[in-house]
Design a protein. Sequence first.
Length: 357
Amino acid sequence: MRVGLLTGGGDCPGLNAVIRAVSKSLLLRCGAEVIGFEDGFLGLIEGRYRQLDYRAVSGILTRGGTILGTSNKANPFRYFARDGADVSDEVLHRYRDMELDAIVVIGGDGTMTIANGMQKKGMAIVGVPKTIDNDIVGTDRTFGFDTAVTVATEAIDRLHSTAQSHHRVMILETMGRYAGWIALHAGMASGSDVILLPEFPYDIDVVAEVCRKRGQGGQRFTIVAIAEGAKPEGGELAVKKVVVGSPDPIRLGGAGNVLAHALEQRLEGEVRTTILGHVQRGGTPTPFDRVLSTHFGSQAACVVEEGRSGVMVALHDGRMTEIPLTDVAGKVRNVKPNDPHVRAALSVGTSFGVREL
Ligand code: F6P
């Protein structure tokens, strides 16, 4: 058996753990040859790859990033280096010429959408859900999310010191794109007073009221966890830059600054913002993510061995399962008002910056 492997989209804690799990499972269980493509789909388009033997994937479980490299621009249906040309047929030929039995693609929603397109053309593909954003449909968890939440929680815990000492409003902006999972979980884990998510546009007067009321009650500081995709009611997304050629060109950033500016006009005290950025994606994965990555990788190898494809491995109710790529492609899993986490946060008095949810 000859199996290809690639990591697509942004880097994420646990990528190497999945590479290790897929490769070791295939090598040990069926003596397969594993080929790692470099820089995501770019390696498949440009013919850049290398053999992943046992030695190559040893000692990488705890390492951040991806030993294969990745790209958030590579798309066989719109190859940026050739003016957005569709090179998917060439990619299919390469796959056939290399006599690959299947390709395991480790990536987020963009990667799964490309994978779905390629499987429709006849490529045997198995997906593994990666992203710190936790926004892929069909799986209760993506790997990388737990690490991002852990980093963001620690950051907010540390911001408490300045908030309490200087009687300030301290805002921590998390990543997460158009889904609020990181801010929701880190906000809850750190006991943030206000959590602002893309899913629930906030009323700035409600947020200011929370800060004022806390002051009146003797708590002269407020902690706000805000997702980068959060925006005020009737307001715009905070766009940091546009990456031309990327499947999703919008890069968010600055929602915390927008909030701070609006709060400063309504409050007497000082307001400060910290934007956490890529710190959430870097470094070693948490034990939870290492375990989840190992499960995902082992499951993906099983699917390949059994000759099945066109699916993404997933976690559902604590068990490994699979979901067709067609059900995943082009969709985003968002936070709903009736999500148990939202209800639990509300019941302990956390504000989501809206009058009613
Ligand atoms: O999807 C993961 C993610 O980290 C998002 O949370 C964030 O909006 C985006 O990627 C940042 O992308 P880039 O690394 O291209 O700036």
